[in-house]
Ligand binder design. Structure first.
Ligand SMILES: [Zn+2]
Ligand SMILES: [Zn+2]
Length: 151
C-alpha cells in the first residue's frame, strides 16, 4: 500500500509524457497545455525573441516614419519656394503666386480660316502676307497652381 506522499505529482502523467517541442525536456502536461508545448524556459526565450523582433520592427517603422516626415518637409519647402518665386509677370488670380510664365501660341481655327476666305475672294494679295501676320496669342500660366489666362 502506497502512502499518499509517495504518489507521483498530480500534474505528472507517466504513461503519457509531454516533452518541450524545442528542447525536448520532459514537462508536466499542465505546463505543456499552458505554454502550447513549451517548457517555461523555452517559452520565456521565445517571448524574449518575439519582444526583440517587435522592438526591431517598431524601430524600423519609426525610421520609416521619420524619413517620410523629412521627405514631406522637403517637399513643403520646395513647394513654398515655388510659390514665392517672383518672375515679375503679375500675380495668379487663383493662388496669389508671382511665379508666372508666359508663352505664345499660334491660333488656328475660325479666325484664320475666315481670313483665308476673305483673302481669296476679296483681298487676294493679302494672302501673301498671311505667313507674316501670325495670329498669335499670349498666355500666362501660374507655375504654382497651373492656372492659365490669356493676356
Ligand atoms: Zn524547452
Ligand atoms: Zn496660381
Amino acid at each position: 500500500m502506497r502512502r499518499r506522499d509517495e504518489l507521483p505529482p498530480l500534474d505528472w502523467d507517466e504513461l503519457n509524457p509531454y516533452y518541450c517541442t524545442v528542447c525536448h525536456r520532459r514537462i508536466p502536461q499542465k505546463v505543456s497545455d499552458r505554454n502550447a508545448g513549451l517548457c517555461d524556459a523555452c517559452l520565456a526565450r521565445r517571448q524574449a525573441e518575439e519582444e526583440s523582433r517587435r522592438l526591431a520592427e517598431e524601430e524600423l517603422r519609426r525610421q520609416e516614419e521619420e524619413r517620410r516626415r523629412q521627405q514631406e518637409a522637403a517637399r513643403a519647402a520646395q513647394d513654398a519656394a515655388r510659390y514665392q518665386a517672383d518672375t515679375h509677370l503679375g500675380i495668379c488670380s487663383a493662388c496669389g503666386s508671382r511665379n508666372i510664365s508666359e508663352y505664345t501660341v499660334t491660333e488656328s481655327g475660325g479666325t484664320r480660316e475666315l481670313a483665308c476666305c476673305l483673302g481669296c475672294f476679296v483681298f487676294w494679295p493679302l494672302l501673301l502676307l498671311i505667313p507674316f501676320l501670325g495670329f498669335k496669342k499670349r498666355y500666362r500660366r501660374c507655375n504654382y497652381c497651373g492656372n492659365e489666362w490669356s493676356v
